[in-house]
Design a binder for this molecule. Sequence first.
Ligand code: ADP
Length: 190
Amino acid sequence: MLNIILFGPPGSGKGTHSIKLAEKMQLYHLSTGDIFRSEISNKTLLGIEAKQYIDKGALVPDDLVIKVLLSTLEKQEKAKGFIFDGFPRTLIQAQKLDEELNKKGIPIKLIISLEVNNKEIITRLVKRGLESGRSDDNEEIIKQRLAFYNKQTAPLLEYYSKQNKLYTIHGVGLIEEIFVDICKTINQQK
Ligand code: ADP
C-alpha cells in the first residue's frame, strides 16, 4: 500500500503528474476537482452545491469534500494505494485524512510539493482556460484561487513538514524531467 499526496498551487501540474504516477505505479488517482467536475456535468445535488464555490474560485466546504473522500475510499477498498490530487486543501481535511488512513493502518507515506511561481501559474491556467473552456480558468478567478491557496492550503506544508513527510520538487521545465524527479523521490522513500 502506498499513499502519496501531490501538492501545489492550482496549475502546478498536480493533475498531469498524478495521472502519470497512477499509471506507472498502479495506484488510484483521487482528484477531488475531477470528481466535482463530473458531478457538475451530471447535475447532481453535490455538483450543483460545489459549483457555487468553484465558479467563484473559493474552496468547496470541508463537509462536502470529506463526504467525497469517505465514499471514494470505501468504493476503492481494493486499491493498492492512492495518489491524492487537490486534496487535502485545508487543515481540517488533512486531519480527517490522517485519521481515516491511520484507522486503516495505511498512513500517508509522503507528500510531494510542486513549486511553481505565480507568473508561470497564471500563464498556464489562462492557456488551459482558452483550450478547455474550464470556467474557473480565467484571470480574475485564478487570482482568487491563488489567494485561497496561500491562505488555506499552503499552511499544510508545515503540517506535513512536521511529520517529516514533505518533499519539494521544482515544477517548471520539461514534464518528463519533472516526472523523473518525482519518481526518484518516491522510490527513495518506498
Ligand atoms: P486546481 O488545482 O487547478 O485548482 P482542481 O481541479 O484541483 O484544480 O480544483 C478545482 C476547484 O475545485 C478548486 O478551485 C475548488 O473550488 C474545488 N476543490 C477541489 N478540491 C477541493 C478540496 N479538497 N477542498 C475544497 N475545494 C476543492
